[in-house]
Design a protein around this ligand. Structure first.
Ligand SMILES: [Fe+2]
Length: 329
């Protein structure tokens, strides 16, 4: 879909639109001294609360708390694997033992809500640690998804599928498809009636590759031991309306920062270049609750990556500096 069809301004709120309600009761604040034994922290995550550990002394201390928590949750190996990916992909830099820089953002960019990764990455836990934030923004918003909401029927995952056109692939070609294009056989064979978004260059003679819009499938939450639906990166970030909804919320809460003279959504939305369609989704129908929190130095936030989508408001570039690092398991 051409960018001009997606529009440049966040459209006016639809009739009956309401901001997602803030619910501080879902935020469990614990002093760092209290998490030497991570039992309370783990219990809060299993109640699907967001945990805020306060009074962390430095990066090594944050690594230690996260290692203890993930060990207790059976996610320590995943934490190590995700930390290893950070430097591998090049767009992030490792910080400490398990953390990594957040994606670079331009002046005045906000980051719309998303759960980290795609279904294939299966990241269960998210974590943010604040070294400092002296800006006039950079607030973290966490949105709790309503997995039973009919709004999921509007959303789509953008994923790559292959049409083998009757060919049988050998093991080497199948491995190349998986490694280079993220396409696994036989699960990622194009199904009849798929919503094709675009055709990609053919990876091998005689077969065809497509990006398609696919329904969001339930996945298992290890923390909650139940199936949930997830606003994955390849769901939220592909959708103009997720960004437009977030901009409406920022405007409504007074947390949207604008350059002198103002700017439209294309200049403020850090994910704008990746949007390829409009779902028409409304956050008040997709999310049960939100938690808004501007992290202070020494604060560590932990949340279920599957049930809480994370996002960040923008800030005035000259107002200060911000260093927040992320870790995933
Ligand atoms: Fe993220």
């Amino acid at each position: 879909m051409p960018k001009d069809v997606l529009g440049m301004r966040a459209p006016d709120a639809p009739e009956g639109w309401a901001p997602v309600p803030e619910d501080r009761a879902r935020l469990c604040a614990l002093p760092a001294a209290a998490v030497r034994d991570p039992a309370d922290l783990v219990a809060a995550l299993r109640r699907d609360e967001v945990v805020l550990v306060q009074g962390i002394s430095d990066q090594a201390h944050a690594d230690l708390v996260l290692a203890d928590a993930t060990m207790a949750l059976g996610l320590l190996e995943r934490l190590k694997v995700q930390a290893g990916y950070a430097s591998l992909h090049g767009h992030r830099t490792s910080v400490g033992r398990y953390f990594m820089t957040v994606n670079r953002r331009d002046d005045y960019h906000f980051i719309p809500p998303h759960s980290e990764g795609t279904p294939n990455a299966d990241i269960q836990l998210g974590s943010l640690y604040c070294h400092h934030n002296t800006t006039d923004g950079g607030d973290n918003f966490l949105f709790n998804t309503d997995t039973a909401s009919p709004a999921w029927s509007r959303l789509r995952e953008v994923t790559t599928k292959v049409d083998l056109c009757g060919r049988q692939l050998g093991r080497r070609d199948a491995a190349m498809l998986k490694i280079v294009h993220g396409v696994s056989l036989p699960g990622d064979v194009l199904a009849p009636g798929s919503e094709i978004l675009e055709e990609l260059p053919a990876p091998l003679p005689g077969i065809r590759l497509y990006n398609v819009l696919a329904p969001v499938r339930p996945v298992r939450s290890r923390l909650l031991d139940r199936d949930v639906r997830v606003l994955w990166d390849n769901v939220a970030t592909m959708d103009f309306d997720c960004a437009a909804e977030f901009m409406r919320l920022l405007q409504g809460t007074g947390l949207l920062r604008q350059p002198p003279g103002g700017a439209d959504i294309a200049a403020l939305d850090g994910a704008h270049a990746r949007h390829v369609w409009r779902s028409g989704v409304r956050f008040d129908q997709l999310f049960r609750a939100r938690i808004t929190h501007r992290l202070l130095a020494g604060e560590l936030l932990l949340f279920n990556n599957l049930t809480w989508a994370h996002s960040t408001s923008n800030w005035t570039p000259q107002s200060g500096s911000r260093q927040v690092v992320a870790a995933f398991a």
